[in-house]
Write a protein that binds this ligand. Structure first.
Ligand code: ATP
Ligand code: MG
Length: 407
């Protein structure tokens, strides 16, 4: 490891970088940490040392930064050694190198600080997910989404309300330490929301205010990857979808009025994660070229065991959870035969809200039975407006909870 990381090489690397001196100091301290760390594990292969280094107890943003600095350094040292500028080092075989399948070399990514000279400042730390609920895979949707992410493609997930589509997108950002720009799509989203517009800063200077897509591109250029969640993507106007196209294929740039070229730099990746609920009002299909740029999967029904895992988030007895699942199934059936308004959504979201209310009620000293009754009323019964349908939901609830016969 001494051969790969030492003071001389760190200096050579830092000299090659055209970055602010404060940034250089940060880079130096990361690399010196890595040097000290590596010296403790001299017998281990480089790949393993790096992964131990990045798996230390770090904040997500710090981990991304460590990862970026370490890979820039190793790429640089590798490159100049190949050119013969520095005495060659014997690289310990990493676990990946021992595989018969040689992974394809990824383009070298050198992170680019966001240049705010022409832009109104924004806080890039706001784009990191610091905590999220665990996601329970229903089928192979997580692996499919990760394949899309790892291969530089995009992913679209469709399914009914409350099937976890948006949650999976956020979970992926958290798991892969990516900043994420979450866009609540609708037909009122305009180009300037995505690209930005002219504005004045606090010193009355005319600057460009970056739109959401522009922020995503700048974040990807800085951190290597950025996820763009297009929530309910099929509500976007067809013309708006076209603005996104250049960032979903190889073109990777657009010219922005009053700003110049907005470009995704070499090695930077924008991962578009689209969600769609075909049952929601005001939705269309994706236009052909947009659809052509994403891979797709569908979440079908959530198996009972998985529903239980998702619903056990709150401290509520498991037989109550079971009954809530039974009750929802029965209500959903009545919706399918139009006895209860099919457009009212009774999904995981309503079940979770009811459970959170039951938990809160019990915690505050309310009688459990009363907490269940009230929570089910406001999340189920009173969500439909017609009295007849409300009575029907009440009958389902009492049938399930009190063992009355339900027909
Ligand atoms: N597979 C899952 N694992 C963990 N939580 C889940 C899962 N599916 C649903 N949930 C939970 O259910 C709730 C609704 O999920 P989410 O908002 O992701 O659904 P959605 O499919 O995006 O719904 P909509 O179409 O209404 O936007 C969230 O609280 C989420 O945590
Ligand atoms: Mg959603």
């Amino acid at each position: 490891m001494q051969n790969i990381i030492n003071a001389t090489k760190i200096n050579t690397f830092l000299d090659s970088k055209n970055i602010l001196s404060e940034t250089k100091d940060v880079y130096r301290s990361v690399l010196e940490n890595l040097e000290v760390f590596a010296n403790n594990f001299e017998e281990k292969p480089l790949g393993e040392i790096l992964s131990l280094f990045l798996n230390q107890d770090l904040k997500p943003k710090a981990r991304i930064m460590y990862n970026s600095v370490a890979s820039q350094y190793l790429n640089y040292i590798d490159k100049i050694e190949k050119m013969g500028n520095i005495e060659p080092t014997v690289k310990p075989a990493s676990p990946i190198e021992q595989k018969t399948h040689e992974p394809k070399q990824k383009p070298v990514f050198i992170g680019q600080e966001i240049d705010f000279s022409k832009l109104i400042k924004f806080d890039d730390s706001a784009f990191f997910v610091n905590k999220c609920e665990p996601y329970h895979a229903i089928g192979d949707e997580v692996e499919k989404a990760e394949l899309a992410l790892l291969s530089g493609r995009h992913f679209c997930i469709r399914g009914k309300a409350g099937t976890g589509k948006t949650s999976l997108g956020v979970y992926l950002a958290n798991k892969h330490n990516m900043p994420v720009v979450k866009i609540a799509c609708n037909d009122g989203v305009k180009d300037y929301h995505l690209i930005g517009s002219k504005s004045v800063d606090e010193n009355d200077q005319v600057k460009h205010e970056a739109g959401l897509l522009m922020q995503a591109v700048l974040l990807a250029n800085k951190y290597g990857k950025c996820e763009v969640i297009l929530d309910e993507a099929n509500t976007l106007k067809s013309t708006t979808m076209k603005v996104l196209n250049p960032f979903m294929d190889e073109t990777r740039f657009i010219n922005v009025n009053g700003y110049g070229k907005l470009e995704l730099i070499e090695g930077a990746q924008l991962f578009f994660y689209l969600t769609m609920n075909l049952n929601y009002a005001g939705t269309n299909d994706l236009n052909t070229e947009f659809k052509g740029r994403t891979t797709m999967t569908e979440i079908k029904n959530i198996p009972r065991e998985m529903q239980k895992a998702i619903l056990s988030r709150y401290n509520v007895r498991s037989d109550i959870i079971d009954k809530i699942i039974d009750m929802t199934e029965k209500i959903n059936y009545q919706q399918s035969i139009n006895e209860i308004d099919p457009l009212t959504v009774f999904s995981t979201r309503e079940q979770l809200t009811a459970l959170s209310m039951i938990e809160a009620g019990i915690d505050s000293g309310m009688d459990e039975k009363k907490a269940v009754k009230l929570a089910l009323s406001v999340n189920f019964t009173e969500k439909v407006y017609e009295e007849k349908q409300q009575r029907q939901i009440e009958r389902i609830i009492s049938g399930v909870f009190e063992g009355n016969r339900y027909e």
